[in-house]
Ligand binder design. Structure first.
Ligand SMILES: NC(=O)c1ccc[n+]([C@@H]2O[C@H](COP(=O)([O-])OP(=O)(O)OC[C@H]3O[C@@H](n4cnc5c(N)ncnc54)[C@H](OP(=O)(O)O)[C@@H]3O)[C@@H](O)[C@H]2O)c1
Length: 262
């Protein structure tokens, strides 16, 4: 099926690795023009080099989503180069592995800032362009933690729940402007986040053995971690104009780790 994304412009935050990079790759394969950002210029350049896209299709920029002015400047560059913005994927971020007693005031502040700024700054910068598009769609990359908190990720779980709630409000408020807003809630996806944790855990297990044990411990029904491309397909289908009647909802991409029915 043609997803109708050819020659549309999509801005993906955090596209130098993992889910963001897989989303950029999938969008390019659909014929979209893609812009993406991250904080580390070298990582971004390395990732871009793997994509084999020309400057007329792919634009990258160093930008921290916590800095509103930097996000605005990057978005202005994208809109000027590509003539607008039709889609936005708020993906940049990471989780904070801490329990209550390990969590200080700074952890709470930093985590809430990252999660809320990561949605609000790009959305505010892109909003005039999205309003001008005839197929505007925003996808917030969230986590099943939003609905199923884990004490070992206490700040991230709380922030994720807030973002899921915010996504619903935004979907309602921006619907009259023709902007759809949806979320994907991830379980355990095999990306840099997990290779870093495997290295830090120093268990003596290979990454594959460690992953299988992790999937079993966490009760992943499909018995394995997800792949970044498996998330990208869900994100891209929500971005597609074919999903024109879908807004204010969320899709779990979690291999059945989510125990809820909503
Ligand atoms: N993998 C999972 O199991 C999982 C589960 C639930 C939710 N998630 C969420 O899914 C999203 C993608 O995760 P991932 O696993 O693909 O992570 P990843 O491989 O670590 O990639 C994260 C990307 O975000 C960028 N980034 C991080 N902080 C940023 C900031 N402040 N401003 C701009 N860019 C920033 C990183 O580049 P720089 O470091 O160079 O900035 C990188 O490109 C994250 O929001 C994550 O929390 C992941």
């Amino acid at each position: 099926m043609d997803l109708g994304l050819a020659d549309r412009t999509v801005l993906v935050t955090g596209g130098s690795s993992g889910v963001g990079l897989a989303t950029v790759r999938t969008l390019l394969a659909e014929g979209a023009r893609v812009a993406t950002c991250g904080r580390d210029a070298d990582r971004l350049a390395e990732a871009a080099a793997t994509l084999g896209a020309g400057q007329d299709r792919l634009l990258t920029g160093v930008c921290d989503v916590r800095e509103a002015d930097a996000v605005q400047r990057f978005t202005d560059r994208v809109a000027t180069a590509f003539g607008g913005v039709d889609g936005l994927v708020n993906n940049a971020g990471q989780s904070r592995m801490k329990r209550l007693d390990e969590t200080g005031a700074e952890d709470w502040r930093d985590e809430l800032e990252l999660k809320f700024a990561g949605v609000l700054h790009p959305l505010q910068a892109c909003r005039p362009h999205l309003r001008a598009s005839d197929a505007a769609s925003v996808v917030n990359v969230n986590a099943v933690l939003a609905k199923q908190p884990e004490p070992r990720l206490i700040t991230t779980s709380a922030a994720r729940a807030g973002i899921l709630n915010l996504s619903k409000s935004l979907a309602t408020e921006l619907a009259p402007e023709g902007i759809r807003i949806n979320s994907v809630c991830l379980g355990l996806i095999d990306t840099g986040q997990w290779t870093r944790r495997h290295a830090a855990a120093d268990t003596g297990l290979t990454y594959e053995q460690w992953q299988s044990r992790l999937a079993a411990d966490r009760g992943v029904a499909l018995g394995r971690l997800g792949r970044a491309e498996e998330v990208a397909y869900a994100v891209v289908s929500l971005l597609s104009p074919r999903a024109s009647y879908i807004t204010g909802t969320s899709i779990d991409v979690c291999g059945g780790v989510s125990r809820g029915i909503l």
